[in-house]
Write a protein that binds this ligand. Structure first.
Ligand SMILES: NC(=O)c1ccc[n+]([C@@H]2O[C@H](COP(=O)([O-])OP(=O)(O)OC[C@H]3O[C@@H](n4cnc5c(N)ncnc54)[C@H](OP(=O)(O)O)[C@@H]3O)[C@@H](O)[C@H]2O)c1
Length: 474
């Protein structure tokens, strides 16, 4: 077998990053930013192996070519890179430290998720452009769960006018209550189950599309990737799983009677609330009782250091996520810039700026993340009026900024923070009380319970069902 181009580097100088939904919007921005920040922050002999996922081979090829073009440009024009290496700077040396491969993943198909995970854990990863030979990867250091769908049909114009008059432009552009959610589409169960259905005593529960693309698909994927994300050596940094939420993920959006938001609630916002709840509560003692079955799978019995969940969001970025015609897209983009110029911290608008929180979580050294207790914070991409991007703590309803009970007197801002925490609060935000904090943990436990039930039902149906079919020679 041919050695991969990073084989000469020491293991700790190889950094493996998986990025879902990399062909568009924020995902592409994250890919570009990870390349730039890796090259300007890591040692000159370290290698980045970036594995963007898309939904087709063509999209994978285009994404790789686009990221390589970005790399080429950065290597040839970045003053920072030149300054790091001194007079002997050679752009080719920089380019040769970044390797991009891809896999094709559909998060709305558990079968596709199992296949991709199997490929990453036991099989080989391809480069559809043919530059790099097929290769088996030893581990993943950071999995960036960015892919997602919106599930809206348009705008309630009367609602927009009302919110604008009542709350003003910045609040209306940050926490819009006028998006019209489509009724949640349910995925075709026959298609998902395929031939396994013949052997099934009981079918697993149906899956709603937005819920599956945004949360459940990633939830399954992270579990399947445990063998290459958990560690046996406590001196190795733990794997990082970085989830993507949204600033607008309030408590009202989730109902446990309608967990997949098929009837009552807006599916997108509901899926993001679940994301906040599972990430921020994952390591709390009362939740660990439920999440243990997820992290302690037999496949990783010899790897006690489990990957950590981190939570990010990109602020507001103009991408195809929200369906708008070209004219409305232009007007929307203008309104978002206006909100930023009026002082909103949550309007990066451009994907590259919206990527700053995720890329920081992916590349920061472990001591920094631990000292900030970063796994208990929702990190947003914030931007100054002039477009300087930086990760910033985001207030979460029921959790506050970091799960600590607050009142106006005890809450202390970090005086050195570029953008104060209080800046960008929702109009009706209140200081966190003990009761709300307890409720949040309780809701986190309920989410984990629901997701574990679904995961085991689908695993039984597909993995074990397929194994039974294969054994019987069908
Ligand atoms: N834009 C914002 O203002 C904003 C705000 C808050 C949070 N976010 C979050 O940021 C993330 C990226 O959104 P975006 O604005 O960049 O949207 P986008 O441009 O529409 O990108 C979404 C990406 O997800 C992929 N995707 C969708 N469904 C998938 C599935 N079933 N399986 C695999 N991949 C799938 C898409 O692939 P295809 O191209 O094949 O469809 C695309 O690559 C999402 O999680 C979103 O919720 C965005």
């Amino acid at each position: 077998m041919v050695s991969p181009p990073w084989a000469e580097a020491a293991s700790h100088e190889q950094y493996f990053v998986l990025l879902t939904g990399a062909n568009s919007g924020v995902g592409l921005g994250i890919g570009q930013r990870i390349i730039d920040e890796f090259l300007t922050s890591r040692s000159l002999s370290s290698h980045l192996i970036l594995i963007p996922t898309t939904r087709s081979v063509n999209k994978s090829r285009d994404t790789i070519l686009s990221l390589r073009a970005h790399l080429q440009k950065a290597a040839n024009t970045s003053k920072k890179l030149r300054a790091r290496s001194g007079p002997a700077y050679d752009p080719q040396t920089v380019i040769s430290r970044v390797h991009i491969l891809s896999v094709q993943l559909d998060l709305c198909s558990p079968r596709s998720i199992y296949q991709v995970a199997e490929q990453l854990v036991h099989g080989q990863v391809h480069d559809p452009t043919g530059l790099i030979d097929d290769v088996q990867i030893p581990r993943i250091d950071a999995a960036l769960f960015n892919a997602g769908i919106g599930g809206w049909s348009g705008i309630n114009w009367l609602g927009l006018l009302r919110q604008f008059l009542l709350r003003g432009l910045v609040q209306s552009c940050t926490f819009p209550s006028f998006k019209i959610a489509l009724p949640a589409a349910v995925l075709d169960q026959r298609r998902l189950l395929g031939s396994s259905v013949q052997k099934m005593e009981r079918e697993p529960p149906e899956l709603a599309e937005v819920f599956c693309a945004n949360v459940f698909g990633h939830y399954l994927l992270a579990h399947e990737l445990l063998p290459i994300m958990a560690r046996s050596d406590p001196n190795e940094p733990p794997g990082r799983i970085i989830w993507t939420s949204s600033i607008d993920a309030g408590q009202d959006h989730l109902s446990f009677e309608d967990f997949q938001a098929r009837r009552k609630k807006p599916p997108y916002e509901s899926s993001k609330r679940i994301t906040d709840l599972i990430c921020l509560t994952a390591d709390l003692p009362s939740v660990q009782k439920v999440s243990a079955s997820y992290f302690d799978s037999p496949a990783v019995a010899d790897k006690p250091i489990k990957p950590r969940f981190y939570l990010s969001h990109p602020g507001i970025v103009c991408t195809p996520l929200f369906p708008l015609n070209w004219f409305l897209f232009w007007a929307y983009t203008f309104a978002m810039y206006l909100a930023r110029w009026l002082g909103s911290p949550w309007h990066p608008v451009e994907p590259y700026l919206g990527a700053c929180a995720t890329s920081w979580l992916a590349l920061a050294d472990q001591e920094t993340l631990d000292s900030l207790r970063a796994e208990h914070v929702k990190w947003g991409a914030s931007t100054s009026r002039l477009g300087r991007a930086a990760p910033k703590k985001t207030e979460v309803e029921g959790w506050g900024w970091e799960g600590k009970v607050e009142d106006g007197k005890t809450w202390k801002e970090d005086p050195t923070a570029a953008i104060p925490d209080m800046h960008g609060r929702k109009w009706n935000a209140v200081d966190l009380t003990e009761d709300q904090r307890i409720q949040f943990e309780d809701d986190g436990r309920k989410c984990w319970t629901e997701l574990e039930k679904l995961r085991t039902a689908w695993e039984l149906a597909l993995k074990k069902g397929d194994a039974a079919l294969n054994q019987n020679g069908h």
